[in-house]
Design a protein around this ligand. Structure first.
Ligand code: FES
Length: 99
C-alpha cells in the first residue's frame, strides 16, 4: 500500500463517523484523492474494517444483522477488533448504523 498515512487515517476516521462510500468519505472529510491509483487504494480501504484480522465492512454488517450487537460479540463472530483494537470505533459505528 502506498497511500499516505494521513490519508489512511482520514479514511479510518471517516469510517468511524459512518462513511461507507467514496462520496460519503468526501462529504465527511476533506480528503483529496490525487489520481486513479490512489482512488483504487481508497476504494479498497473503505471496504475493509479491520486491518489486523483482514475483516471487511460487509462481514461485520452481516454479523450485526445476525444479532451481534456489541463490539465484543462482533469480535467473537468475525475476529474483527481482536488485534490492536484500533478498528473498534468503526465496529461501533457499524453496530449503531447497521451499515
Ligand atoms: S485493525 Fe482491527 S484489531 Fe487491529
Amino acid at each position: 500500500m502506498t497511500l499516505e498515512m494521513n490519508k489512511y487515517l482520514q479514511v479510518r476516521k471517516a469510517q468511524a463517523q459512518g462513511a461507507r462510500t467514496i462520496e460519503e468519505l468526501k462529504e465527511i472529510s476533506d480528503i483529496v484523492i490525487e489520481n486513479e491509483e490512489e482512488l483504487k487504494e481508497v476504494e479498497a480501504l473503505i471496504k475493509s474494517a479491520c486491518k489486523c484480522k483482514n475483516v471487511a465492512i460487509g462481514t461485520i454488517v452481516e454479523a450485526v444483522k445476525n444479532g451481534a450487537d456489541t463490539v465484543e460479540k462482533v469480535g467473537e463472530v468475525t475476529k474483527a477488533g481482536t488485534g490492536c483494537g484500533r478498528c473498534k470505533s468503526i465496529i461501533s459505528n457499524i453496530i449503531e448504523n447497521k451499515r
